[in-house]
Design a protein around this ligand. Structure first.
Ligand SMILES: Nc1ncnc2c1ncn2[C@@H]1O[C@H](COP(=O)(O)OP(=O)(O)OP(=O)(O)O)[C@@H](O)[C@H]1O
Ligand SMILES: [Mg+2]
Length: 297
């Protein structure tokens, strides 16, 4: 099994209730659950469910950060978060148990001081000597972090560790345009449309589009990947599951078409469920044979 570092710069402590809500009305529920949200943690959770040694880096401050850390560790992930003076952001989400839709209120981020970013980078460098892969996912919590992904990419390049980045906005653009772009990126159609020519910088690109085919450009060739048909319940986190499964298959030595089959099956397996990034190998292998991988010249 591999040693994998995930980076979630902007985690979210979600408070989840299964209840239909009406604007302007209060409603009581038997329980509200806490969920560790954030794209990097989604990736970490799926990789941990494949038996890998996963260390989760990111920012997590205050009492919400403490609770978040407990939740991450309960999922079999080593939590190595950098405490910020600001508390970790929180969100609140109500999922309608009958209709399946949801209503959410989320804080967008939190303040990060220069010394706190430097501490996250120090923790990362410390781990690079024996890491097989670093993955960073999602937004950054504060504009002060817009250089973070570029600095992480450079640190990984120097240590000879592959760095996969799944993000958007200014921090992503600076990493793409930096001296050592990430080795792999996975924008969805919307994110790809907002970016410019910089998407050409990484050696490998996976352009996903929900149930539609994934366009893949790798040093080993181009492919079109047709996901398996499923009844979509909640596609949030499908891109994170795709990346985690791709990492697992690649680090395990599978050939490229087999890696792509496993990745697309994982995205679909997640989309077919209500919860987010709680799939394991058995959910993925059940769909693998229905994925089509077509060489694209
Ligand atoms: N409805 C669906 N049916 C089948 N496969 C799906 C479906 N939705 C997602 N997938 C699979 O998951 C992959 C990633 O999905 P998508 O393009 O929605 O990612 P994303 O927008 O980056 O998601 P997120 O950022 O929320 O993790 C797709 O390429 C596909 O393989
Ligand atoms: Mg995504």
């Amino acid at each position: 099994m591999a040693r994998i570092v995930t980076i979630t710069a902007n985690p979210l402590l979600d408070q989840l209730a299964h209840v239909a809500i009406e604007p302007g009305k209060s409603v009581r529920v038997p329980a509200i659950g806490f969920v560790a949200g954030g794209k990097g943690i989604n990736v970490a959770r799926v990789l941990a469910r494949h038996g890998h040694e996963v260390s989760a880096l990111g920012f997590a401050g205050g009492v919400t950060g403490t609770l978040y850390t407990e939740l991450v560790e309960a999922d079999g992930i080593e939590a190595d978060f950098t405490a910020t003076r600001a508390r970790l952001r929180i969100g609140w989400i109500a999922v309608d148990p009958d209709r399946g839709g949801s209503t959410a209120v989320l804080e967008g981020g939190f303040a990060v001081r220069a010394g706190e970013s430097a501490e996250l980078l120090r923790r990362l460098r410390h781990r690079l000597s024996d890491a097989d892969l670093v993955l960073a996912s999602g937004s950054v919590p504060d504009p002060s972090c817009n250089e973070l992904y570029r600095l992480i990419a450079t640190a990984c390049h120097r240590a000879g560790v592959p760095f996969w980045l799944d993000a958007y906005g200014e921090a992503m653009e600076r990493a793409l345009d930096g001296p050592h772009p990430p080795s792999l990126v996975k924008p969805n159609r919307q994110e790809y449309g907002r970016g410019g020519r910089s998407w050409a910088q990484p050696a490998e690109l996976h352009l996903s589009d929900g149930a539609a085919e994934v366009r893949v450009r790798t040093p080993g060739g181009r492919f079109r990947v047709v996901p398996p048909p499923v009844r979509e319940v909640n596609p949030v986190g499908s891109g994170d599951c795709y990346l985690a499964a791709l990492a697992h298959a690649r680090l395990g030595g599978a050939d490229l078409p087999a890696q792509l089959r496993y990745a697309a099956a994982a995205g679909a397996a997640n989309a077919a469920r209500a919860d987010i990034a709680r799939i394991g190998p058995e959910d993925i292998t059940a769909l693998e044979s229905a994925v089509q991988v077509v060489p694209a010249g």
